[in-house]
Design a protein around this ligand. Sequence first.
Ligand code: URA
Length: 241
Amino acid sequence: MAMSDLKPRRLDQWLANGGYCSRSEARALVRMGRVTLDGERARDPGEKTRAEAVRVDGEPLEAPGGLLAVFHKPAGYVCTHDGREGPSVFDLLPPRWKRRNPVVTTVGRLDKDTTGVLLLTDIGALVQHWTSPRHKVPKLYEVTVDGPIPESLIELFARGTLMMEDEDKPCLPARLEITGANQARLELTEGRYHQVKRMFATQGLTVTRLHRSHFGTYTVEGLAEGAWRFLDLAEAMGGVS
Ligand code: URA
């Protein structure tokens, strides 16, 4: 949604929802003169205003209509907010994102040791759309395993009959391309727990390296590990039915 289409809100609400401060701290931020409205120093945190009028420390509000970004996940980070599981991808992202309302979440999860495309958003409809197996969003993985990959796996994975341990439904058909003795590309349209690793485990193969190169049309091209960029929200929302 364009910034100009957003309904006016109280200034302290814009600031708190954007993760700049709590609603009660907004008063102090305004008193310090760090907030302007249409170029004039803001006085009243309760004043109703349009998003595009607001500047904090001279900068426009960040993604006031919803945040959508692609992140190049490095290995060694988990995709939860819970610090007990080890370093989190959120430690590598702007601290303000942890305080936004609605909260910013990852679209699905990558394992701690997996690298590659990770989408982040605070828009529930996008998370639902992209993670629902109904919409069959293709995810492409580059996989290295600890042994030779037999050609027969191409047909086996494509058939849609592969049963993983502890599951009562077979995996949806998946496209496997063998790219080296121990290497392959695997395209999935669902995202079950540890799915790539468990699919190869059915054949006695252990995944030793896993990189997601594509999520739908999104890639990490041009992004170093640990770097992120905003994505076009209007374009993404256009694809959500
Ligand atoms: N499948 C896995 O096994 N791990 C991931 O991180 C993603 C897909």
